[in-house]
Design a protein around this ligand. Structure first.
Ligand code: ZN
Length: 140
């Protein structure tokens, strides 16, 4: 009886930790974004990009540039997670042979500029050609 209560308590406390995780991560993200903004201000003053009383468009342009940089970083990391979660083999779309997949980096022009994203690509020895697997060919 005591043992099952302990297990029950452990389950509750781990469920509570999972519930708190998004809150902690959101707070950390907010803190890091505020810090990044502060560092960007200090950098622009230190390197002379912005001095005195600048035209507001200069401030806005610098802010937008930092936002785009963050967007490209986020896109890269999200694609790395997608690649890491996918199966390592897929059927060739032409002949159906199951082939090994390997991560490859590809340059992509996103709305926030050029960035290098990872994606899985296969090589079919029967067809002697590369292919990019569709989600269906991964066997999900
Ligand atoms: Zn093939």
């Amino acid at each position: 009886m005591d043992g099952s209560q302990e297990i029950g308590l452990q389950k509750n406390s781990s469920a509570e930790r999972d519930f708190q995780e998004p809150v902690r991560l959101k707070e950390r993200l907010d803190r890091l974004l505020r810090e990044a903004a502060q560092v960007a201000v200090e950098l622009s003053r230190a390197d002379g990009t912005i001095k005195g009383v600048p035209h507001y468009s200069l401030i806005e342009g610098q802010a937008h540039e930092l936002g785009q940089q963050l967007s490209r970083e986020l896109q890269q990391r999200q694609m790395n997670e997608v690649v890491a979660s996918q199966a390592l083999t897929a059927k060739c779309p032409a002949c159906g042979t199951r082939c090994e997949l390997e991560p490859r980096k590809r340059k992509v022009t996103s709305v926030d500029g050029e960035t290098g994203l990872q994606e899985l690509a296969g090589y079919c020895p029967c067809c002697r050609r590369d292919f990019f697997p569709s989600p269906r060919s991964l066997g999900f």
